[in-house]
Write a protein that binds this ligand. Structure first.
Ligand code: FAD
Length: 471
């Protein structure tokens, strides 16, 4: 008998470590999940993400019950909890799938060492990414620090080593140790608001969403993915974040779709996902500071009022405000919108990217230390991006290009619903009489721009230049 310790792999199908545990134990596997307070209440605590975790665990438990099993839930520090479960059950060891964040690596290597020292089997497996650790490195064996050559090497390796999807392992209905009840959100996070955004949980919902995307959306993904009002992307990120879907299921499904720019472009996004995991694995300092340390010298003004306006979606830049309100309401934000608001926070409001990173981690259901940190450092120009820091998004022209008729803005900023398309991204330019006709007074119903983009752009360039001057 073996324990499988579920963490970021909340599914039964195509689960590498679960299959290995079943194969080594004749299907006698104890399915365990441990609430680790260091994560749930840690630096990146999030009510919406914790709710999605709870919903995903409930769905996993329901799937296991159909097999005559159930999920064994415990709360506490993982090592003593696993030790206690091993003693209670008589199992001979533990399997899990690897997690590559600095905290998880430290925790898991200590657990592996201690379990083995106590005579137990302790095995971890690659599962959460297509290629891990040193599998995609330069010819000289160095980690890549730029996406494009990494992606080329990644694709070449996939050609020579195609991935496969495994089914559900045969699990025996064995007697299980006692389980805690699935806690309510406020038992884990007492300060959580009464209502948080929800996202359909469970393996069945995830597989249906993947199927829908492959059938209806992937063909046009290369062009529609940037249009913020369209349902042009997969919205699978929460499932990938918690391993309700595996990246192999995604790659195999995309490759089975009719070939075209859509599936190639989408696989490119799954490569970004692996890329940022390996960046954080090889360069853990990036989780606390700039990937390029020279940018730790930037003297961010960090105005708290500007930060509050950004969080509330009250900046007077409609595309930014729509995106920030989408985040609040749904716990999710379109990728193009994430790039725009991250550029705006750092380069227009002159606020440290880590403030934005943390706010995103607080609200995003798909909030992931590697992808979020990578995205923020990309936008701030402090990270792995090959482009220099002086690429600064103009929030008005981004809106005009990627939300041309303003449908996205109108959905999330109802004050502007009746503003004509020509002014939707610059409503402060709407003449007073037209404001009355559109039912909005700029400055009272909706703010005038809180900063001037052209002025702030120059200030941002000076801040970055000053930081690099002493390098
Ligand atoms: P699709 O376009 O359908 O892409 C498929 C999958 O590929 C996604 O579900 C995701 O797992 C992965 N992916 C796509 N783009 C990226 C990317 N740039 N980096 C890494 N993985 C990617 N993604 C997260 O999963 N968690 C985060 O916390 C996160 N924070 C971000 C912060 C910023 C500032 C930026 C610019 C991007 C961030 N992203 C993050 C990446 C991206 O915005 C989301 O993955 C994407 O919007 C999710 O929507 P989707 O599932 O429809 O994506």
């Amino acid at each position: 008998m073996l324990i499988h310790w579920f963490r970021r792999d909340l599914r039964l199908r195509d689960n590498t470590a679960l299959r290995a545990a079943a194969a080594q134990s004749g299907g006698a596997v104890i399915p365990v999940f441990i609430f680790d307070d260091a994560i749930i209440r840690g630096r990146f605590a999030s009510p919406a993400r914790t709710q999605f975790l709870l919903d995903s665990l409930a769905a996993l438990d329901a799937e296991l019950r159909e097999l005559g099993l159930r999920l064994v839930l415990r709360r506490g520090e993982p090592l003593p909890t696993l030790m206690a479960l091993l003693r209670e059950s008589g199992a001979r060891g533990v399997t899990w799938n690897r997690d590559y964040t600095p905290y998880a690596i430290q925790r898991d290597s200590a657990i592996k060492r201690e379990l083995r020292a106590a005579g137990y089997l302790a095995e971890s497996y690659k599962d959460a990414v297509i290629f891990e650790m040193n599998e995609v490195v330069t010819a000289a064996g160095q980690p890549y620090t730029v996406y494009t050559p990494y992606a080329k090497r990644w694709r070449a390796r996939l050609e020579s080593e195609p991935v496969q999807v495994q089914g559900m392992p045969a699990l025996a209905a064995i007697p299980l140790p006692a389980s805690d009840q699935l806690p309510a959100l406020n038992e884990l996070l007492p300060d959580a608001p009464a209502r948080v955004p929800r996202f359909a949980a469970g393996e069945t919902a995830a597989l249906a969403a993947l199927e829908h995307f492959i059938q209806h959306t992937i063909a046009n993904y290369a062009t529609a993915r940037d249009l913020m009002a369209a349902a042009g992307t997969s919205r699978l990120s929460p499932y990938l974040r918690f391993g309700v879907l595996s990246p192999r299921q995604c790659v195999v499904a995309a490759r089975a779709a009719p070939p075209g720019p859509g599936s190639e472009s989408w696989i490119g996004e799954l490569i970004w996902r692996d890329f940022y995991v390996q960046v954080l694995y090889h360069f853990p300092h990036a989780l606390r500071g700039s990937f390029k340390p020279v940018y730790d010298q930037i003297a961010w003004p960090n105005d708290p009022d500007l930060f509050a306006a950004w969080k509330e979606g009250q900046t007077g830049y409609p595309i930014v405000d729509a995106a920030m309100r989408q985040l609040q309401q749904e716990g999710w934000m379109h990728n193009r919108a994430r790039m725009i608001v991250a550029s705006f926070l750092t380069k227009d409001l002159l606020i440290d990217w880590r403030w934005g990173e943390r706010h995103f981690m607080h609200l995003l259901i798909d909030g992931d230390p590697a992808a979020n940190n990578g995205g923020w450092q990309w936008a701030a120009g402090t990270g792995t991006d090959a482009q220099p820091y002086f690429r600064i998004f103009n929030p008005v022209s981004q809106g005009q290009k990627f939300d041309p008729d303003g449908a996205y803005v109108r959905r999330y900023v109802p004050e502007l619903a009746r503003v004509p398309a020509r002014f939707i991204h610059e409503p402060h330019k709407l003449p007073a009489a037209d404001q009355i006709r559109a039912g909005v007074r700029i400055g009272s119903d909706y703010p005038a721009p809180i900063v001037d983009h052209a002025t702030q752009r120059m200030r941002a360039l000076e801040l970055y230049r000053a930081a690099t001057r002493h390098d």
